[in-house]
Write a protein that binds this ligand. Structure first.
Ligand SMILES: C[S@@+](CC[C@H](N)C(=O)[O-])C[C@H]1O[C@@H](n2cnc3c(N)ncnc32)[C@H](O)[C@@H]1O
Length: 864
């Protein structure tokens, strides 16, 4: 069945306000001839496809039964509102798009977001997947879905390197619901599940690309969960490393929310990286771990004596109204107070990021909000505070194919239904919530005590008013009318260098990005908590010797300021025309969520798992951080030597000092993690400064204790984990065999094979001669490859297996077997024709799936 047109409009044309027309170009609004019929089809389709904007209404006792049904037994549904008058008024006034574009901008905001995804560049099958998209899906979906091929069904994002990121013109709902798209949907699901691709909103992929990360960089991702950008940063760090080696750099991924940290850990586990530390701090208080002179000589001789970063990503919590297309709930919740309430926290986080940045380093500040108070105002305040120490980088020549617009130079602040153009317009009792830094000039007007509003309000009070009277409000409104236009502030900073990505330029979400470079150490800023309440006076001076406060900032971060913001934000409202500004009503963490349903499934699972384990286990009290397992260097020589000897780990592999456990009782070590030299250095520094870092996850899970009967009777009870295998593979000299393609295929297919049943009898014999326990089977290149020398390169495919009494069993999950089998068969078909394949690949993949439905790696051992 051919579908007439299921695609969404890829680019929307500003001048055609009433019609949404398809446009394949990447330009910022260049029009293409279109057919009215198609536009209608698309609108109709949009209406039909707004499945994700429906919600259950609150039960109305007068018309509905208690179960929420409307009497017919079926629940009744109402559409999410995709209209919010305050939103319209706010952004029209801020001029974030021209008045001619307004209608098309709004219409696109009400359209579901097309799906986008990234290929994991460190996956062994990265090229295979890219080729499959380019040569198979791009053509087949086009032929199937697009009349005349005018619009691309899927296409690589032109600004993302090496065709690794893709845009699909199908919304997630279309992918899930349309049968003809099933094969593509299944492909996305499988590859996503095993970590070969990551679904991620296109605009969310942009900030890491502007960080200019190199493989030797120390990178801090300050607000990292759920980890899409951390994943990208890790990919870049690992980009050119050879098998068995590790980059010199590392990533510290931090998030305040411990459950979201778990999501991040799940998300990044596909990177199989030993160069990651996940921490759980308030970003604005992130510890710098500075070794003071009082430390011992040996400590001070360490390769790092302070935690400083070459790159910092500051993707802050925000109101998230740039995600309206995928989070239509925001329409209902949005109010202008959301941005106001986050501004100070955003400034603090960014300032902390800059203080942790090395001189010469780059920091990217980003939000998925369109609000200038969360964007340009934050950037301007940073520049004010930092003086000449920090530059806003002009990146107009970077990623030229990404359509972006310049940052705003002027904006207004809205408070309690009143437009304010300058801080001097701020009503006295609101100066705890509205700060000078929110305005383009940043001026605090220190002589503001004589402010006309105070006089007026005081008059009201003396008249017996309370300050919250209508007269008081009228006084505020009058004052705005008086100053409106006349005192309009314009920022002096080059804010046009900031980047605004708007949805109708390239059919995406909205995003804001600013790139900073630290040119000198930060000036001595006397951080006062009061600064958050609007009394901060700029003190940035050109840097000079003795004027360096990187570490003062570390200790004098604005304690309790956060709470002040919250307090200010929840202050009782003057009776005004806007809803009460419950600033944190929209959880910024959730609105910025960049994951799809699959990931929220993970989220639920992760949370349930957390609760389950928390229920089963006593709260962790070992180590410095309550609730967090301690991080301990594994020194137990018996364990280390048994592993080294059993697998014959080559001496050239840096092993002994790189192993970590999370249990201080080494007799109960279950998992052993491997850390890179960079992570090891940071960890040693952290020990020296009294474990200031609260580490929730570190390094690469490399060995797991096999606690089953078979495991404990094996000479080494630690098996190699799938994540750790690629790194250690080139250094294993024992317990490793090459299997011929046919035997390797059979292993994946049947999971457990008796030694005598291998096609290559010599291989069967060698397998029988292995020590009982974990072993590694690599795919040989010839037809009878069991005697090939071990030479590992990027293309080497290997799996963990268990050598039992009579058979060899794979230690790979069912889904990984299915994927590996499918990919191998495709590769082999390409290389040798269909000679080795006795059944079509999909049939074999199904067999594997069926035979392993309940499988996990441990079950493989039980089958042995
Ligand atoms: C915009 S989201 C980050 C998205 C993430 N960078 C990604 O690409 O997947 C903001 C994150 O900030 C976290 N957060 C909120 N307040 C924070 C704080 N004070 N310090 C650190 N993280 C914070 C939230 O838990 C949320 O995960």
């Amino acid at each position: 069945m051919k579908c007439a047109l299921l695609l969404q409009h890829p680019v929307l044309v500003p001048q055609q306000l009433k019609q949404l027309e398809p446009n394949m170009g990447g330009g910022g609004g260049g029009g293409r001839g279109g057919k009215g019929g198609r536009a209608r089809t698309q609108r109709k389709h949009f209406r039909q496809s707004r499945e994700n904007v429906w919600k259950r209404p609150k039960p109305d006792p007068s018309s509905e039964n208690k179960d929420g049904s409307n009497g017919s037994g079926k629940p009744s549904w109402t559409a999410f509102a995709t209209q919010n008058d305050s939103f319209d008024e706010y952004y029209k006034e801020q001029g974030i798009v021209s008045s001619e574009e307004w209608d098309v901008f709004m219409e696109v905001l009400r359209t579901p977001l097309p799906a986008a995804f990234r290929i994991n560049s460190s996956s062994q099958f990265c090229t295979d997947i890219r080729l499959q998209l380019e040569n198979d899906f791009m053509k087949s979906l086009q032929a199937e879905f697009v009349e005349g091929g005018e619009v691309e069904a899927i296409r690589p994002l032109p600004w993302y390197p090496e065709n690794l990121a893709w845009h699909s013109n199908f919304s997630r709902m279309q992918l899930r619901k349309n049968q003809t798209l099933e094969r593509f949907h299944e492909f996305l699901k499988l590859e996503n599940e095993i970590g070969n691709i990551t679904r991620q909103e296109a605009v969310s992929m942009v900030p890491p690309l502007f960080l200019d990360v190199h493989s030797n960089h120390f990178v801090l991702d300050m607000c990292a969960a759920p980890g899409s950008k951390t994943f990208q940063l890790l990919e870049i760090i690992h980009r050119s490393t050879k098998p068995g080696s590790l980059p010199d750099g590392m990533v510290v991924a931090n998030d305040l929310d411990v459950q979201r940290c778990n999501l991040l850990i799940h998300q990044t586990k596909w990177m199989c990286t030993a160069n990651l530390i996940v921490t759980n701090h308030e970003a604005q208080q992130f510890p710098g771990c500075h070794l003071k002179k009082t430390h011992t000589r040996m400590e001070l001789d360490r390769s790092i004596t302070q935690l400083q970063f070459d790159r910092v990503l500051c993707d802050v919590p925000c109101s998230g109204d740039g995600t309206l297309r995928k989070a239509p709930d925001v329409w209902r919740k949005w109010n202008s107070g959301m941005g106001n309430g986050l501004h100070s926290l955003q400034v603090q986080i960014a300032m902390r990021g800059l203080s942790l940045l090395k001189v010469g380093g780059r920091m990217v500040y980003s939000t998925c909000s369109m609000n200038p108070v969360e964007n340009e105002a934050v950037v301007a305040e940073i520049l004010r505070k930092c003086g000449e120490s920090v530059e806003l980088v002009d990146v107009s020549s970077e990623l030229p194919q990404l359509v972006r617009r310049p940052g705003l130079k002027k904006w207004k602040v809205r408070d309690k239904g009143v437009w304010l153009v300058s801080y001097k317009d701020v009503y006295k009792f609101h100066r705890s919530a509205i700060f000078p830094s929110m305005f383009p000039s940043g001026r605090s007007f220190p002589d503001l005590v004589d402010n006309k509003h105070d006089i007026k309000v005081e008059n009201n009070v003396s008249d017996g008013g309370s300050g919250n009277t209508e007269d008081g409000l009228q006084a505020m409104e009058n004052s705005v009318i008086e100053s409106d236009g006349l005192d309009e502030e314009v920022s002096d900073f080059p804010l046009e260098r900031c980047m605004r990505i708007v949805p109708h330029d390239q059919n995406c979400g909205a995003f804001f990005i600013a790139v900073f470079q630290k040119v000198f150490s930060l000036p001595a800023i006397q951080e006062k908590p009061k600064s958050l309440q609007g009394t901060y006076e700029q003190q940035a001076k050109p840097p000079s010797e003795g004027n360096k406060v990187e570490n003062e900032l570390e200790t004098s971060t604005v304690d309790g300021a956060d709470e002040e913001v919250l307090e200010a934000a929840s202050e009782t409202n003057i009776n005004d025309d806007e809803p009460n500004e419950v600033v944190f009503e929209v959880n910024p963490c959730i609105t910025c969520e960049e994951q799809d349903l699959e990931e929220s499934k993970v989220s639920c699972n992760a949370e349930t798992e957390l609760k389950r384990t928390a229920g089963k286990r006593k709260l962790q009290t070992q180590g410095k951080w309550r609730g967090v397992d301690p991080v301990i260097f594994l020194k137990d020589e018996v364990i280390i030597n048994s592993i080294k000897t059993f697998y014959g780990i080559d001496e050239s592999f840096p092993f002994n000092d790189h192993l970590i456990t999370r249990n201080s009782d080494t007799s109960h070590v279950k998992r052993i993690y491997y850390v890179s030299k960079s992570v090891k250095d940071v960890l040693e520094l952290n020990f020296s400064v009294g474990e200031r870092l609260k580490i929730t996850s570190i390094g690469l899970k490399m060995f797991e204790r096999q606690s089953s009967r078979e495991g404990s009777s094996a000479p080494c009870s630690f098996r190699i984990s799938s994540e750790g295998l690629p790194l250690i593979l080139p250094y294993i000299t024992k317990q490793i065999l090459y299997a011929s393609p046919v035997d390797f295929k059979h292993l994946l297919q049947y999971k457990s094979i008796k030694f005598a049943d291998f096609v290559d009898a010599e291989f069967g014999q060698k397998a029988a001669n292995l020590m009982p326990g974990c072993c590694v089977i690599a795919l040989g290149k010839g037809s009878k490859a069991s005697s090939d020398p071990f030479q590992v390169d990027e293309s080497t495919i290997a799996i963990g297996c268990w050598k039992g009494r009579a058979s060899l069993c794979v230690l790979v999950t069912a889904i990984d077997c299915q994927e590996l089998l499918g990919r191998l068969l495709t590769r082999m078909e390409t290389e040798t024709g269909s000679s080795m394949q006795d059944k079509p690949s999909n049939v074999m993949a199904d067999e594997v799936q069926n035979s392993n439905d309940k499988n996990d790696a441990n079950e493989g051992i039980a089958n042995c």
